[in-house]
Design a protein around this ligand. Structure first.
Ligand SMILES: Cc1ncc(COP(=O)(O)O)c(C=O)c1O
Length: 314
C-alpha cells in the first residue's frame, strides 16, 4: 500500500471473528482491532477528523498551535496528527496520568504542560484547573482549541469505522456494543453504519464500579477512557437499546484471555466490550452478528492492574 503520509495509515483496521469466545448456540462476535491505528488507538480517527477539518476550513494554518487538555490517548493522537500536518500541539496534562503518555506526546514534538496533582489523584478540581489553563492558552492568537468534548468532528471521525464494518460484513450487523467515555466512538460508528443502510441495536457500556449512566451514581474504577464521571457529551440515549454495566475485574480477566487465547493485546475498555458481547451473544442466539471494538493496543497497560493482577509477582 502506498501512502501520501502517515495519516493514510489510520483506519481500515481488521475485523476479526472471536469464534472461540462465542457461547454455544450463541450469536457471532466480531471485534474491530483499532489498536492497529498508528498511535495504537481509535482516537487517531477523531484527531485526524478534527484537525483535518480545521485545516480545510482555514481555522488553523501550518505553524499554528493546537491546544487540548488530556489524560493521554487523545493527546497522543492529536500530537501525531499535528506532527503530520505541520501544526504545533500543546497538551495540558497532569502528573496524575501515566508518564509514558507524556513521553509519547513529546516524542511527536508536542509541548506538554504538567498541572500538579495532589498525590497522583484525578479529581474534579484538577480537571477543572487543566480545562481552565487549556482555555486560556487557546484564547491566545494563532491557537486552536481541539475541543474533544464538544466538536462535532469528533463523532464524525468515527463514521468511517461504521462504513468499514458494514462493508466487511456485507451489511449483516445485528448489534453494536461499546463502552463509552464521550460516547463519540459508539455514536459515530452507528452513524456510519446508518449511512451504509444498517441499523443495529446499540448497547452502551460502563464499569460496574462506576454505574453513573445506569444509576446516576459514579464511583472509582480503573478502566481507562470510560466512566468519565460526567454525561458523555456525544451519547444519544434515544438511539440506544440498552445501557449495561460490566465488572472491571471480569473485563481485565477477559483482556488476559484475549491475549493468551487470541493474541489480541488490548486495554480494559476492550475487556468490557468483549464481556458484554459474549453475554449478548448468549441472549440473542445463533444466526446473528454482534460487532464490538478493541479500542486500543494493550502495550501501554502492561505495568498496570490488567496484565499484572493482584497477587501476581511484579
Ligand atoms: C481506551 C479507551 N477506550 C474507550 C474510550 C471511550 O471512547 P469514547 O470517548 O469515544 O466514548 C476511550 C476514550 O478516551 C479510550 O481511551
Amino acid at each position: 500500500m502506498l501512502a501520501r503520509n502517515a495519516l493514510d495509515a489510520i483506519g481500515s483496521t481488521p475485523l476479526v471473528r472471536l469464534e472461540a469466545f462465542e457461547p454455544q448456540r450463541g450469536a457471532q462476535i466480531w471485534l474491530k482491532l483499532e489498536g492497529a491505528n498508528p498511535t495504537g488507538s481509535y482516537k487517531d480517527r477523531m484527531a485526524a477528523s478534527v484537525l483535518g477539518h480545521a485545516m480545510a476550513c482555514g481555522d488553523v494554518r501550518p505553524g499554528d498551535r493546537v491546544v487540548e487538555y488530556t489524560g493521554g490517548s487523545t493527546g497522543t493522537a492529536l500530537a501525531f496528527v499535528a506532527a503530520v500536518l505541520g501544526l504545533k500541539f500543546t497538551a495540558v496534562f497532569s502528573d496524575a496520568f501515566s508518564d509514558s503518555k507524556r513521553l509519547a506526546m513529546e516524542a511527536f514534538g508536542a509541548e506538554v504542560l504538567v498541572e500538579p496533582s495532589s498525590g497522583g489523584a484525578i479529581t474534579p478540581e484538577l480537571i477543572a484547573r487543566m480545562k481552565a489553563r487549556a482555555h486560556a492558552l487557546a484564547a491566545e492568537p494563532g491557537s486552536f482549541y481541539a475541543d474533544q468534548f464538544g466538536s462535532p468532528q469528533v463523532r464524525r471521525g468515527y463514521e468511517a469505522m461504521g462504513l468499514e464494518i458494514a462493508g466487511d460484513l456485507d451489511r449483516g450487523v445485528d448489534a453494536l456494543v461499546a463502552a463509552v467515555g464521550t460516547g463519540a466512538a459508539l455514536m459515530g460508528t452507528a452513524d456510519g453504519l446508518r449511512k451504509a443502510g444498517v441499523e443495529p441495536a446499540l448497547f452502551a457500556l460502563e464499569p460496574l464500579q462506576s454505574p453513573r449512566l445506569t444509576t446516576g451514581q459514579g464511583g472509582a474504577h480503573h478502566v481507562e477512557g470510560i466512566g468519565v464521571g460526567f454525561d458523555p457529551p456525544f451519547l444519544d440515549r434515544s438511539r440506544l437499546q440498552d445501557i449495561r454495566v460490566v465488572d472491571q475485574d471480569r473485563a481485565f480477566e477477559m483482556c488476559r484471555r484475549l491475549a493468551r487465547e487470541a493474541g489480541i493485546l488490548a486495554g480494559g475498555s476492550t475487556g468490557v466490550n468483549v464481556v458484554a458481547a459474549i453475554e449478548l451473544a448468549r441472549e440473542i442466539g445463533p444466526g446473528r452478528r454482534i460487532v464490538t471494538l478493541a479500542c486500543d493496543n494493550g502495550m501501554k497497560y502492561l505495568g498496570g492492574p490488567i496484565y499484572r493482577p493482584p497477587g501476581s509477582s511484579p
